[in-house]
Design a protein around this ligand. Structure first.
Ligand code: ZN
Ligand code: ZN
Length: 238
C-alpha cells in the first residue's frame, strides 16, 4: 500500500467518524466514504456493465442489437450500469451535490476506457438549461465530465456546446419519437473550429431515450466533430 492510498483510507475513517451516514438504498451505514451514497453490499447488488456484457453496440442497451437506436446521431453510447440501486441513488445525489465519489469515478473511468469510447480526444458535458443552472448552481453532467477529463487526461470544454432554444416542457406522456422531436435543434456549437476532427466524449448523468444526447451529437457533428461517443452514469429502460 502506498502512502497516498494509506492517507485516503485514513481520511475515509476520519470522515466516517465525523459524518456517519446511512446508505440511501438500504439505510445501513456506509463503511467507506469512497462508496458515496450507498454501502458496499448495495453496490454489489447494482447491475454494473462488465467487459463481456452483451449490449447493443450502438446505444449500449443490455441484450443484442436493439434496432431502435438507428436514428440516433451518436456513434456509440455506454453507461456504467443500470439506473437502479446504488447507481440510481448516486445519480439522484449528483443533482443535489456537485461531488463524485471515488468509487463512482473509478466506474466511469473503467467504462470510458473501453472501445470505442477510448478513442475520445476531448470531453464535453450536455449543457443544462440556463434557468436550471441558475436554480441548481451547477450542472451535474459537468461534474461528471470534469472528473472524466481529469482522470483520462483529456481536454474539457464546458462552454462551446450550448442550448439555443427552450425545449418544450418535458411531457411524460410523449413517446420516444415525440421526445426526440421536442429536443431536436435545441443545441448548437458556438465555435466549430474547436470540435473539428475531434472524437468527442459527450457526458450526461442518465441515458433514457437518448434523445438529448442525440440532439447534442447532431450539433457537434454539424460543427465538424469526427465522432461523438456518449458516456452516462446510468442507463434507464426507455
Ligand atoms: Zn446499502
Ligand atoms: Zn441500440
Amino acid at each position: 500500500m502506498n502512502l497516498t492510498r494509506a492517507g485516503e483510507i485514513f481520511c475515509d475513517a476520519i470522515l466516517t467518524l465525523a459524518y456517519p451516514h446511512v446508505c440511501a438504498v438500504c439505510s445501513r451505514s456506509v463503511e467507506q466514504r469512497r462508496f458515496g451514497v450507498a454501502c458496499e453490499s448495495c453496490w454489489q447488488g447494482t447491475r454494473i456493465f462488465t467487459d463481456d456484457e452483451e449490449i447493443c453496440l450502438k446505444c449500449g442497451s443490455p441484450g443484442p442489437a436493439c434496432g431502435r437506436c438507428a436514428p440516433l446521431a451518436f456513434m456509440a453510447a455506454r453507461a456504467v450500469g443500470m439506473y437502479e440501486g446504488a447507481l440510481r441513488e448516486s445519480a439522484v445525489m449528483l443533482k443535489r451535490q456537485p461531488y463524485v465519489a471515488r468509487h463512482v469515478e473509478n466506474l466511469l473511468v473503467a467504462a470510458a476506457a473501453r472501445e470505442p469510447l477510448s478513442e475520445s480526444t476531448m470531453v464535453v458535458p450536455v449543457p443544462l438549461h440556463p434557468k436550471r443552472l441558475r436554480a441548481r448552481g451547477f450542472n451535474q453532467a459537468s461534474v461528471l465530465a470534469q472528473a472524466l477529463s481529469q482522470r483520462l487526461q483529456l481536454p474539457l470544454d464546458e462552454v462551446n456546446l450550448v442550448r439555443v432554444s427552450t425545449p418544450e416542457k418535458y411531457r411524460a406522456g410523449l413517446d420516444a419519437k415525440g421526445r426526440r422531436e421536442t429536443v431536436a435543434g435545441a443545441f448548437a456549437v458556438r465555435h466549430p473550429r474547436l470540435v473539428v476532427n475531434e472524437d468527442v466524449l459527450l457526458v450526461d448523468d442518465v441515458f433514457t431515450t437518448g434523445a438529448t444526447v442525440s440532439s447534442c451529437a447532431e450539433a457537434l457533428l454539424a460543427g465538424g466533430a469526427r465522432n461523438v461517443y456518449v458516456m452516462t452514469l446510468a442507463r434507464a429502460l426507455s
